[in-house]
Write a protein that binds this ligand. Structure first.
Ligand code: DAH
Length: 346
């Protein structure tokens, strides 16, 4: 084999390769695999040229090798183009053969959302956390001592009649209020400053449009040296404005709770009529939201805190009640009935 022959082989191989690629391309990529093996395979024609190089004089080999490499690069590049085109065509063919129409609109899955009670509870937690309050909890089924006696409600006290209570066992009750958290919390901590918030479920034998046998309360307890009733009013006003909007007014009416002295009931100006009087506020301009007061020294004594040094305030309100007011819901039972039609409105 002389050098001319070898060079001609290379030239004619190149021409054949390009022609074959063209034919293959026009044929929609048919036979591409075999073509690639024929030219670029280990036993293919391009490597065959390399092997024939031995027939060349040594000084011509490097230049010839270079030409073969260039041809190999060209071949690889062209094959890659045809391969990717073939892959695209295969996908298109698959899609057009399938019975799925990707242009049809999909079936929407309905997005869920938070329950109105959860919204109000989380919002309350966020608000008080922002003021440095710590979350606390206590059992929902509790010994009656925590629910009553420790809160200055002795067995014969008429306040016990106010709560028509679910008794689980002798001396064991479904808690009637979240105030039991106060007792557990104070017993579990060394005397010192307290800022505590306790949301949770409570149970009473009650059932009408505005009372449910189970509902949620939030208990708030603050204790420090020199805490007064004005601190209580300040915190409650900030909270009322947060929930019902700026300009909301607060009214504190004297009341009675055995665990606070003095005790009060808290009203906020009606968010619907702004205080002018409407159906929601029964034409009084005010809506009752909870109870509050200065922590009774008897409670502090029960849990071993010195009432001479520590003073505090507490308040408790119903989360359900706030949700009713905030969303204008007419019946408290709707909140726990799990009716999709009702819940979808929020
Ligand atoms: N526990 C009371 C109730 O359920 C509400 C209450 C009143 C809580 C006064 C308090 C408070 O912390 O100081 O009716």
């Amino acid at each position: 084999m002389d050098s001319n022959n070898v060079n001609q082989d290379l030239e004619s191989l190149k021409i054949r390769l390009l022609a074959d690629l063209d034919t293959c391309d026009q044929g929609g990529g048919d036979g591409l695999e075999e073509l690639k093996v024929r030219y670029l395979g280990k036993k293919g024609e391009i490597y065959g040229l390399m092997r024939g190089m031995g027939a060349l004089p040594a000084d011509q080999r490097p230049a010839f090798g270079q030409m073969v490499n260039t041809l190999r690069d060209l071949a690889e590049e062209r094959f890659a183009v045809l391969e990717s085109r073939a892959a695209e065509q295969a996908i298109a063919a698959k899609l057009s053969a399938s019975t799925v129409d990707p242009t049809l609109p999909g079936t929407r899955s309905e997005l869920g959302h938070l329950h109105p009670l959860t919204v109000v509870r989380d919002d309350t937690i966020d608000f008080f956390r922002g003021m440095g309050f710590e979350l606390a909890e206590a059992p929902e089924v509790d010994h009656e001592w925590y629910n009553f006696e420790a809160l200055n409600i002795p067995p014969e006290h008429p306040a016990r009649d106010m709560h028509d209570t679910f008794y689980v066992d002798e001396g064991v009750v479904m808690r009637t209020h979240t105030s039991n958290v106060q007792v557990h919390y104070l017993l579990g901590h060394e005397p010192g400053p307290v800022r505590m918030l306790a949301p949770g479920c409570v149970y009473r034998v009650d059932n009408d449009a505005s009372h449910a046998p189970m509902f949620q309360q939030v208990e708030c307890l603050v204790i420090d040296e020199n805490i007064s009733f004005s601190h209580l009013k300040g915190v409650m006003l900030l909270w009322a404005e947060h929930v019902f909007g700026k300009g909301t007014k607060l009214r504190v009416r004297p009341s009675y709770f055995p665990f606070t002295e003095p005790s009060a009931e808290v009203d906020v100006s009606c968010s619907l009529c702004g205080g002018a009087g409407c159906r929601l506020c029964k034409h009084t301009g005010w809506i009752e939201v909870g109870g509050c007061g200065s922590v009774d020294p008897a409670v502090l004594t029960q849990v071993g805190w010195d009432p001479e040094r520590w003073t505090g305030f507490a308040f408790g309100f119903g989360i359900d009640r706030i949700a009713l007011l905030k969303y204008g819901i007419p019946n408290i039972g709707l909140l726990t009935r799990n009716e999709a039609g009702f819940l979808r409105q929020f």
